[in-house]
Design a protein around this ligand. Structure first.
Ligand SMILES: Nc1ncnc2c1ncn2[C@@H]1O[C@H](COP(=O)(O)OP(=O)(O)OP(=O)(O)O)[C@@H](O)[C@H]1O
Ligand SMILES: O=P(O)(O)OC[C@H]1O[C@H](OP(=O)(O)OP(=O)(O)O)[C@H](O)[C@@H]1O
Ligand SMILES: O=C(O)c1cccnc1
Ligand SMILES: [Mg+2]
Length: 566
């Protein structure tokens, strides 16, 4: 094993803090212009054929409903969108493939056009990654030649959808677990393929997890790595006879224990004789003991044992303690145990009592606080149930429910045309929630006296922005009766320019993953608690200015055909 790799511990302190001079290609090399729906290319052809391809279009990327029954979402995936646009170009091979799949009637001139396009004429305004965001408010506004921006729709929605969903899922798990718990993402084996796995590790970290078991994510993003061991390791041992090399140097290197196995067995006998533990356990499983001793010999500084292979209280925990005590004699501090089945509340409390008894009986300071990690199909509900019952778990390892976003399959982001050639466009629907909000817009977050965000408001691009201490009418975009005057304490513009070909415009630097993680934690912290609670949270208000309200409804009436009754 590489001496630098510290299994069970923080192995990667090197965070992603450097900023590249140029914008790198998307992390996943599969993210190319062909990672697209066919209809984007057929539309591009039809725009070109109609001579419309260079008309200036504005699209909004947004979602309509917060996921997981909550009232907030965390925005993620922006960096990958900017990487995509910064490196956008359709290769000769891709053009050749497009020629094959499009009808033979498509003219050569179109393929020449495709070959020449890049995104130098596109501008992207976006809310910073890691921000808490709400339905209907554009997360991104993409402006540029209509045929080019149309080609960005599918990759952009793809890059934002899962990223934001899983970041939100991670944030929700963090919210229930509480700030003091260590959260480990263990989902790689259950994730939706390799990209699902890598993305889950990256965005769960952004959303509030502390570490991942995914080595590739550790390497690519500098996320701290953590791990324990599996049942296979425990059950692979037949008994103590298998342990051939039994010596272990003390932590400070000053002495050598020639027979660590015997030292462990002596401790196990002492534990067994302890009157306070009478009746708790008898003979423990010796093949499990052999596995633990072997793991401790391999990682004396980071010894952590999975204790539920045979019986948690009658074997796993006493065996772990015997090894931990022998390590303690040599100056090592065992990290703790992992529980992966059974009643995690009960078993963690019983284990804590056992640890505390040892601390008291043998006078080993801190032993009572030895770490307890729990895993096994955990999700928001089980974390909540454990909290209600009372538990002694310090760290949770969470896989399947977290990374597959089991509670909700997709966020449902959309990319809608809101303006072309400076003409606002609206999309109507029988379902009011699906009516798009037209125009090139700006959006603002208004903060109240207590420092909490009060609401988000959208305005037309050319309206005067809301100002702190000035009263402003905030209207529900579609419900006439819902409106409120607000005097904000502070006003924050939500979207910033992240991509432009215009050298005179300021472009935001792409923050590091650590910075996005910090922003996410800050935003979540500053939300009013009633928006965050799991049961019946209060909806956060999303509004439009009076001017924009009037304009939406004017356009709505203009575009909606008048029915005829017969
Ligand atoms: N105290 C608890 N309150 C609520 N849910 C719990 C509690 N302890 C564990 N759970 C959850 O209950 C489920 C138990 O899983 P399951 O029924 O598969 O049994 P198991 O403990 O995994 O047994 P085994 O793996 O040995 O068959 C898991 O989802 C786990 O997270
Ligand atoms: O339960 P999750 O949230 O997905 O967390 C990851 C799981 O993966 C591992 O075992 P695996 O599930 O592969 O085997 P098991 O069924 O024996 O636990 C680990 O022991 C966890 O149980
Ligand atoms: O390190 C672990 O304990 C781990 C890693 C992945 C999945 N389950 C457990
Ligand atoms: Mg499992």
């Amino acid at each position: 094993m590489d001496g630098k790799l510290e299994v069970n511990g923080d192995v990667n302190d090197e965070k992603q803090n450097h900023r590249p001079a140029t914008i790198a290609a998307p992390t996943n090399p599969m993210v190319t212009p062909l990672l697209n729906d066919l209809y984007q290319f057929t539309m591009a052809y039809a725009y070109w054929k109609a001579g419309k391809h260079n008309e200036r279009a504005v699209f909004d990327l947004y979602f309509r409903k917060n996921p997981f029954g909550g009232e907030y979402t965390v925005f993620a995936g922006l960096e990958e969108c900017i990487r995509f646009i910064a490196n956008f170009s359709i290769s000769k091979e891709e053009i050749a493939f497009l020629r094959e799949i499009l009808p033979p009637t498509c003219e050569d001139g179109f393929f020449d056009y495709l070959q020449g396009i890049d995104c130098s004429d596109v501008e992207v305004y976006a809310i910073p990654e890691g921000s808490v965001v709400f339905p209907k408010i554009p997360l991104m506004r993409v402006e540029g030649p209509v045929a080019v921006v149309q080609l960005l729709e599918t990759p952009y929605v793809n890059l934002i959808n899962y990223a934001s969903l899983v970041t939100t899922n991670a944030a929700r798990h963090r919210f229930v677990a509480g700030k003091s718990k260590l959260l480990l993402e263990f989902g790689l084996r259950r994730a939706q393929g390799p990209d699902g796995g890598i993305s889950a590790s990256r965005y769960c970290y952004m959303g509030g997890f502390d570490a991942t078991s995914n080595c590739a994510a550790g390497k690519i993003f500098g996320i701290p790595l953590r791990g324990t061991h599996s049942h296979a390791f425990v059950s692979s041992f037949m008994g103590p006879d298998e342990i051939l090399e039994k010596s272990l140097k003390s932590h400070d290197g000053s002495r050598i224990c020639e027979d660590f196995l015997s030292a462990v067995q002596t401790w196990l006998s002492k534990l067994k004789r302890l009157s306070i533990l009478k009746g708790v356990f008898g003979d423990t499983n010796q093949s499990e003991l052999a596995a633990f001793v072997s793991y401790a010999l391999a990682f004396p500084d980071n010894f952590l044992a999975l204790v539920d292979t045979y019986d948690v209280m009658k074997s796993g925990v006493p065996n772990f303690c015997a090894v931990a005590l022998a390590l303690n004699d040599l100056g090592y501090k065992a990290r703790g145990i992992r529980l992966d089945s059974g009643d995690l509340a009960y078993l963690s409390c019983e284990t804590r009592k056992f640890f505390q008894t040892i601390e008291n009986e043998f006078g080993i300071p801190g032993f009572g606080k030895t770490g307890i990690t729990a895993s096994n199909d955990l999700n928001e509900e089980t974390l909540d149930a454990l909290n209600k019952q009372g538990h002694e778990v310090d760290a949770f390892g969470i896989g399947t429910y977290l990374v597959t976003c089991y509670a909700q399959a997709a966020l449902g982001c959309v990319f809608k045309l809101v303006e072309i050639n400076n003409q606002p466009r609206i999309k109507l629907s029988e379902d009011v929630s699906k009516v798009s909000i037209p125009c090139k817009k700006r959006s603002f977050r208004l903060y109240g006296k207590e420092g909490y965000p009060l609401l988000d408001i959208m305005s037309g691009e050319n309206e005067l922005p809301p100002k702190a201490s000035e009263r402003i009418l905030c209207r529900h975009p579609f419900n006439e009766s819902k409106r409120a005057f607000v005097v904000p304490q502070r006003v924050e513009e939500l979207m910033k320019c992240y991509w432009t070909g215009n050298a005179d415009k300021k472009r935001e630097e792409l923050p590091t993953l650590e910075e996005n993680k910090e922003r996410c934690a800050e935003h979540l912290d500053q939300m009013r608690p009633d928006h965050m609670r799991r049961l019946n949270p209060t909806p956060y208000k999303v509004s439009v200015t009076a001017k924009l309200y009037d304009f939406i409804h004017f356009l709505w009436l203009n575009e909606a055909p008048v029915g005829e009754l017969q």
